[in-house]
Design a protein around this ligand. Structure first.
Ligand code: COA
Length: 334
């Protein structure tokens, strides 16, 4: 398994039609284009006008299959990552399977927040490397963060957007691949959104103890300790890239491209400095999408693949970080 890499056959993405720019946010909260641009690098994001998560996921998946010339019936595995599914059950992956007619695939969802795509890619690679029945796998990451953003909270609402990205892959013996993944539940309260828990007629309020829980409000909105997450991110990003490169037996300089989670331009700039690499190596698109959670890496990857920045033989790192706390990088040869 050690020298079993993956070949990415095709990539795709999809974003809702409605685009909200910084001026749109200045109309609903006390903010400005100048503040958002200088603190985050963001200009625009796509916001769902009802498009469900399963729909944008299916569109991204369809585009990846078409890009790779892969028949949906050849898919053996579909992993979907999302923190904003439409249903608790069925999984979003099952909905994608239904839309694609990929009836031979096994399907499940994973949640590693903004690191989801990296964790799922690594899981798919382990299925592919096992040599069992999975020969072709699809990873699709989709989030409609506008479902859980509090649009009265100016410090968080300007950061997030909605999108989906996907890639289809198969095993490639001998091709470079390494990953580095980390989780730290101690930081769980830094970035969290509760699942709304409806009351029921049989519950007894007297029996409801004060459960030890995250120190966060009871509403279902996304809450974030921005500064703490920032400090975590600027360390996690270089750490995971360096560790994955070390495991792959290459230097960071040998990487042609780094595709980071698109959380904030200042996080990526600081991390690039810490890694000793130029921003030219970083594949960035956050000015047009904002932070789209686990979709951000595959959307940026798809754009860089389609415009031929990423070419066959390039050594590429992808790196994510986010709620959990989670972080992880994959280094591979394209
Ligand atoms: N417009 C105008 N002012 C804003 C604002 C907005 N949208 N959001 C916050 N402010 C204000 C704050 O109220 C504060 O005002 P005060 O000094 O009067 O109290 C001031 O700007 C500075 O706030 P601060 O939180 O220190 O700003 P910052 O430079 O740390 O930037 C973030 C805030 C959220 C952009 C930054 O912390 C960040 O990017 N954190 C990581 C977030 C992230 O990426 N999360 C997801 C990871 S997956």
């Amino acid at each position: 398994m050690a020298n079993m890499g993956i070949e990415i056959l095709g990539t795709g993405h999809h974003a809702p039609a409605r685009v909200a720019d910084n001026e749109d946010f200045a109309k609903i909260v006390d903010t400005s284009d100048e503040w958002i641009t200088s603190r985050t690098g963001m200009k625009r994001r796509h916001i769902s006008s009802g498009e469900p998560t399963w729909y944008i996921a299916s569109q991204a998946a369809h585009n990846a299959l078409e890009n790779g010339g892969v028949d949906p019936l050849d898919l053996d595995l579909i992993i979907c990552t999302t923190v904003t599914p439409d249903f608790q059950t069925p999984s979003t992956a099952s909905m994608v399977q239904r839309e694609l007619g990929a009836k031979n695939a096994i399907c499940f969802d994973m949640n590693a927040a903004c690191s989801g795509f990296i964790f799922a890619l690594d899981t798919a690679r382990r299925y592919l490397a096992s040599g069992d029945e999975v020969k072709t796998a699809l990873v699709v990451s989709a989030d409609i963060l506008s479902k859980m953003v509090d649009y009265t909270d100016r410090s968080s609402c300007v950061l997030f957007g909605d999108a989906a990205g996907a890639c289809v892959m198969r095993a490639a013996p001998g091709r470079l691949y390494a990953s580095s993944l980390s989780s730290d539940g101690e930081g769980a309260g830094l970035l969290c959104a509760r699942y709304p828990f409806p009351s029921n007629p049989l519950q007894d309020p007297a029996l409801m103890p004060q459960w030890e829980d995250l120190d966060s409000p009871q509403d279902p909105y996304l809450h974030m300790a921005g500064r703490e997450v920032y400090k975590f991110a600027v360390k996690a990003l270089p750490h995971e890239v360096m560790r994955a490169c070390q495991k792959a037996g290459i230097t960071v300089e040998e990487l042609k491209w780094i595709v980071p989670h698109q959380a904030n331009i200042r996080i990526v700039e600081t991390a690039a400095k810490n890694l000793g690499v130029s921003m030219d190596k970083m594949v960035m698109n956050l000015s047009e999408y904002g932070n789209t959670s686990s979709a951000s890496i595959p959307v940026a990857l798809d754009e860089a693949h389609r415009d031929a920045r990423i070419c066959r033989g390039d050594k590429v790192a992808m790196v994510g970080f986010g709620g959990g706390l989670t972080s992880g990088a994959v280094v591979l040869e394209w």
